[in-house]
Design a protein around this ligand. Structure first.
Ligand SMILES: [Zn+2]
Length: 132
C-alpha cells in the first residue's frame, strides 16, 4: 500500500499526540504516518482532542483499560464543521483506516487500529468519546 511510506509532511506536534496529563507519548509512529497522509489528502485541519493516554489518565476519564489510546493506536479528532468532517472521513478511508467512530454529540471522529476489536467498522455513537 502506498500510504505505508513516509508522509510528505508532519502535521502533528509532540504535544498534540502526547498524554494531556503528563506529556508522555507512546504513540505508534506507523499510525502517525498514516494520519499524516490522511491530513495531507484532506487538506483541512485535524484538531486532536485526545491521542496517547497514559493508563492513569485513561482511568481518570472512565475509559476502558483496553482503550486503543493507551496502546498508542487511537486518536480523537474534532472537525470544525460538516464539510471538514466529510474531507476528513474521505481521506481516512482513502489511506486505509478501518475502524472509525463518529460521536454524534459533538461530531468527534475516533480512529484506531486496534486489530483486537474487529476491522471495517463505521459507528455513529451518542456516547462521549472516551470509551475507546
Ligand atoms: Zn498521563
Amino acid at each position: 500500500m502506498i500510504f505505508s511510506s513516509k508522509a510528505p509532511k508532519n502535521y502533528f506536534s509532540h504535544d498534540e499526540l502526547s498524554c494531556r496529563h503528563c506529556k508522555e507519548s507512546k504513540i505508534d509512529m506507523d499510525f502517525v504516518s498514516k494520519l499524516n497522509w490522511a491530513r495531507h489528502i484532506a487538506a483541512v485541519p485535524f484538531v486532536v482532542t485526545s491521542a496517547y493516554r497514559c493508563p492513569e489518565h485513561n482511568k481518570s476519564l472512565g475509559a476502558a483499560d483496553t482503550s486503543s489510546h493507551v496502546k498508542g493506536i487511537g486518536i480523537d479528532l474534532f472537525p470544525r464543521d460538516n464539510h471538514h468532517r466529510f474531507r476528513m472521513l474521505s481521506a481516512l478511508l482513502t489511506v486505509g483506516f478501518k475502524r472509525i467512530r463518529i460521536y454524534s454529540e459533538k461530531g468527534h471522529i475516533h480512529i484506531d487500529e486496534d486489530a483486537d476489536k474487529g476491522m471495517e467498522i463505521l459507528v455513529i455513537d451518542r456516547s462521549k468519546p472516551i470509551e475507546e
